[in-house]
Write a protein that binds this ligand. Structure first.
Ligand code: NAD
Length: 503
């Protein structure tokens, strides 16, 4: 049985935050939010409609056109961003508690994500102060320089996995760039997002710079995407949702950044450090409950070590501690929502006919309520199996043997996604040539997912469009205007100087 920890001081209802005010929906509509460890509703949230999005965009637009934020010098905005980071750090334990209650993520992992959120603000504070732009001295007496300016009102649409951290990932560069924003957090997990209003107001963010509209994707999200005063959309979520948003952005020719789904391969060669590969591949798919875009959910293992790998992997997976997300000993908590639980469970059932079940395969014993799934391992999974091809986004992994490097590469590249890849081998040359051939936006060699915030983040193929991370994020939220200056006489071909009738 889980203890069903309920945080003290939960809000009575969750509202929108528009122009510095907490507001209900104009229509008065609300929706229930469930706690994943019990599936009991614990709060109602305002269900935003087009008219709420209109109000939020109007507030953000006014703050952009009439307010100080876009024109503040980088150091002044950086000071505010650092205060935001301080505030997030100061309440990291509370943030983690709320996030764990709302998402089902294990508390130790939620705490790590809260700290990462603070780091995102600190990082972009540093970056805007250090930023340099290009200047070109053109032979013949011209200088060209790049003048950077914020694009305007940014629409930020985020998913439910590690919600607060992923919101910070968009909020920090958007605000650092001088944009004003409307955030539409995921409807499954709106609790931690309700803390932003107080954090931003306390740090001195002017009213209207940050706005939040709760609600469903098809209503609030859709209205934000289609709003004529929102010139760019940063979206993280499922590939199919990204395709819909892409179509809806076309009418307004909006800027888009899309971080989408994944089905990332891990390739383990026989010469790999097997103990390290086991630790990393277990963590890589079972941390964050497997609800992780970069999860290494397809493990390809070279034949000579395949049987040993399967046996040791399954034994460890069976030992993973599943339970109360608030217990610091828990390694896998409860999946976010009963709808998602049903989806993951349907793949677990499918896997029993597509692979050889080595561990898990259903609800863990002793956890009769809540969205708990035992870490599940399938071996001998063929590349045309649906559990090999489709994103499950839960604690489920498939193991597949390979014989040659060429076969491993073909298997790795044989899905529609291309977010991350992980490679385990002692051969330096092979590590690099394989990494450069694999269809993935990010590759880790002999490592799990450890990311420096300066590096490009994003996928190829169905995993995304555009790259964020470091200066690339600032490029997305700003226009880079080229300004050309002539320093001497202008050498212009002289049209209209020949009198008519002369030749
Ligand atoms: P989702 O696509 O269902 O929802 C994401 C957000 O989009 C939510 O806020 C939702 O309300 C909104 N939305 C839904 N329909 C919309 C519409 N028609 N118009 C506008 N907004 C709409 O995704 P999810 O289930 O919340 O998140 C899980 C997915 O996110 C997985 O596929 C995962 O791989 C992906 N993800 C990707 C990354 C990455 O960086 N590549 C990171 C985290 C999660």
């Amino acid at each position: 049985m889980t203890t069903r920890h309920v945080p003290d001081g939960l809000p009575g209802r969750l509202q929108h935050y528009i122009g510095g005010e907490l507001l209900d929906s104009v229509s008065g509509k609300t929706f229930d939010v469930l706690a994943p460890a019990s599936n009991e509703p614990y709060v109602t949230a305002a269900a935003g409609q087009a008219e709420d999005v209109d109000r939020a965009v109007a507030a953000a637009r006014t703050a952009f056109t009439d307010g100080p934020w876009p024109h503040m010098v980088p150091r002044a905005r950086a000071r505010v961003l650092n205060k935001i980071a301080d505030a997030v750090e100061a309440q990291d334990a509370r943030l983690a508690e709320l996030e764990t209650f709302d998402t089902g993520l294990p508390i130790t992992q939620a705490l790590g994500q809260a700290r990462r959120a603070a780091e995102n603000f600190r990082f972009f504070a540093d970056l805007i102060v250090a930023q340099a732009d290009d200047t070109y001295e053109v032979p013949g007496g011209q200088v060209n320089y790049v003048h950077r300016k914020p694009v305007g009102v940014a629409g930020l649409i985020t998913p439910w996995n590690t919600p607060f951290m992923l919101e910070s990932w968009k909020l920090a560069p958007a605000l650092a760039s001088g944009c004003t924003v409307v955030l539409k957090p995921a409807e499954f997990t709106p609790l931690s997002a309700s803390l932003w209003a107080g954090i931003f107001a306390g740090a001195g963010v002017p009213d209207g710079v940050f706005n939040l509209v709760n609600g469903f994707g098809e209503e609030a999200g859709d209205a934000l995407v289609k709003h004529p005063d929102v010139p760019l959309i940063s979206f993280t979520g499922e590939t199919t949702t990204g395709q819909t948003i892409f179509r809806n952005c076309a009418a307004g020719l909006k800027g888009m950044s899309m971080e989408l789904g994944g089905k990332s391969p891990v390739i383990v060669f026989a010469d790999a450090d097997l103990d390290a590969a086991l630790d990393s591949t277990l963590f890589g798919v079972f941390s964050l409950n497997g609800e992780r875009c970069t999860a290494g959910s397809r493990i390809l293992v070279e034949r000579p070590i395949y049987d040993e790998f399967c046996e040791r992997y399954a034994e460890r997976a069976r030992n993973i501690v599943v339970g109360d997300p608030h217990d610091p000993a828990t390694e896998v908590g409860a999946l976010v929502h009963p709808e998602h639980y049903e989806k993951v469970m349907s793949y677990v059932e499918l896997g029993k006919s597509e692979g050889r079940l080595l561990a898990g395969g259903g609800r863990p014993p002793g956890l009769s309520t809540g969205n708990y799934v035992a870490p599940t391992v399938f071996a001998d999974v063929a590349p045309d199996a649906r559990i090999f091809q489709e994103e499950i986004f839960g604690p489920v992994v498939s193991l597949t043997p390979f014989d040659t490097e060429a076969e491993a590469l073909a298997l790795a590249n044989s899905v529609r996604y291309g977010l991350a890849a992980y490679l385990w081998t002692a051969k330096l040359e092979r590590a690099h040539t394989f990494a450069q051939s694999v269809e993935a936006g990010m590759v880790w060699l002999n490592s799990h997912n450890v990311r420096d915030l300066r590096t490009p983040f994003g996928g190829v193929k169905a995993s995304g469009l555009g790259k964020e991370g470091g200066y690339r994020s600032l490029d997305f939220y700003t226009h880079q205007q080229a300004i050309h200056v002539t320093l001497g006489p202008v050498h212009t071909p002289r049209f209209g100087t020949v009198q008519k009738g002369q030749s």
